[in-house]
Design a protein around this ligand. Structure first.
Ligand SMILES: [Zn+2]
Length: 105
């Protein structure tokens, strides 16, 4: 079974279902796997969860694609490397160096 997620977009697509609890266990696992190796997506989830906290009920009944879109574009501007479309084999160490940008030569 190949259920791995290699694209952040797919991750974002699944995130709504994941949070709603409608995602199949297999896909949820794949999503979690991706999240554990993708700092930009971790940031996205944090943002998403924080937002959900604010309007929990609304999100529970309705999947706001506009919100997802705006969050994604926000992260695209503020998170270096987001979205990451490359499949990553090695675990990136960006999580602890979120504040320091990539060094340009
Ligand atoms: Zn990702």
């Amino acid at each position: 079974m190949t259920t791995q997620i290699h694209h952040c977009k797919e991750c974002v697509d699944l995130l709504g279902e994941y949070i709603e609890g409608t995602l199949s266990p297999e896909r949820a696992k794949a999503l979690e796997d991706h999240l554990s190796t993708c700092p930009p997506c971790i940031t996205f989830v944090r943002t998403y969860r924080a937002t959900r906290k604010l309007c929990r009920h609304a999100l529970a009944t309705e999947m706001p694609k506009e919100l997802m879109t705006s969050l994604t574009s926000f992260l695209g501007k503020h998170v270096p490397g987001f979205p990451c479309t490359k499949s990553e084999t090695a675990a990136p160490s960006l999580a602890t160096t979120a504040d320091s940008g990539p060094k340009k030569v």
